[in-house]
Ligand binder design. Structure first.
Ligand code: ATP
Length: 250
């Protein structure tokens, strides 16, 4: 199998989606080691379920890490949570406090500061790769204000000026935490995630493609990363699986 002892680092001026590029290279078997691909500008950034991640030149830190995953495929479901913890703890080292929104967003003051998109691909040699895409807003320039201005946050100074240092720190923390995740799953991340939970104890709506599935109080994540929800009306807590589910403050 592959070993993630060395990490290849590549920076390009512009590409559509760093996730798409790395997924294609996994499929063509052109990756032999863990690879970080960063783009100065991403023109077709992706979100979950075909949604788009909007950025403008120099306005975001956008990169993906392709990682040869040394654990069973089903273990990957909790990975967005471990990556959220990694981003939050790294930003804390830069003096930026953030909160996590289940399953895959990083918020500051209730607005989305960073997005996480994890996709997987199996190489022709059957090695499973996780491609971890991260976009962190450095600023919300004029052309994007209208579309996402109300819902997006950007990194405050001086962290935003330390973009390269931040990327290096994120990579180092990701590598360390990926190894932890491969050997112990979510176990070392659950408490850390729950401490960072943006909606702990708050009333929320759980949506499936815009339709309300459940209403209740968000408790926190369980050992396998499901969101525990105390439904209105006193029934016992529900465990919500990620799938294509969204969460909204009520
Ligand atoms: P939701 O935020 O609705 O729960 P989600 O977490 O699945 O959905 P993603 O698919 O991760 O969202 O990200 C895509 C969504 O993020 C877009 O639909 C848009 O609303 C929002 N968005 C797009 N670009 C940015 C950005 N640069 N900053 C903040 N939010 C953005």
């Amino acid at each position: 199998g592959h070993h993630a002892e060395h990490c290849q680092i590549e920076v390009v001026a512009e590409t559509g989606s760093t996730n798409a590029d790395l997924l294609a290279r996994v499929a063509q078997r052109s990756l032999s080691a863990a690879t970080l691909l960063a783009a100065e500008t991403q023109t077709a950034g992706r979100g979950r379920a075909g949604r788009t991640w909007l950025t403008a030149p120099a306005a975001a830190l956008t990169f993906s890490l392709a990682w040869p995953f040394a654990a069973p495929l089903h273990a990957l479901v909790g990975l967005p949570l471990a990556v959220g913890v990694t981003i939050a703890e790294t930003l804390a080292d830069f003096g930026v406090a953030v909160q996590l929104k289940w399953p895959n967003d990083v918020l500051q003051g209730g607005r989305k500061l960073a997005g996480i998109l994890i996709e997987t691909a199996t190489a022709p040699d059957r090695q499973v790769w996780a491609v971890i895409g991260i976009g962190i807003n450095l600023s919300i320039p004029e052309p994007l204000q209208e579309q996402i201005g109300q819902r997006a946050a950007s990194l405050p100074a001086p962290a935003a000026q330390d973009r390269d240092l931040l990327l290096a720190s994120l990579l180092s923390a990701l590598v360390q935490n990926m190894r932890q995740f491969e050997s112990h799953g979510l176990s070392t991340f659950v408490e850390r995630w729950n401490r960072l939970h943006a909606f702990a104890g708050q009333q929320v709506l759980i949506l499936d493609q815009g339709k309300v599935l459940h209403e209740g109080r968000a408790l926190g994540i369980d050992q396998i990363g499901r969101l525990m929800l105390q439904p209105d009306g006193g029934a016992s807590p529900l465990a919500i699986m990620a799938g294509d589910i969204s969460l909204r403050a009520k």
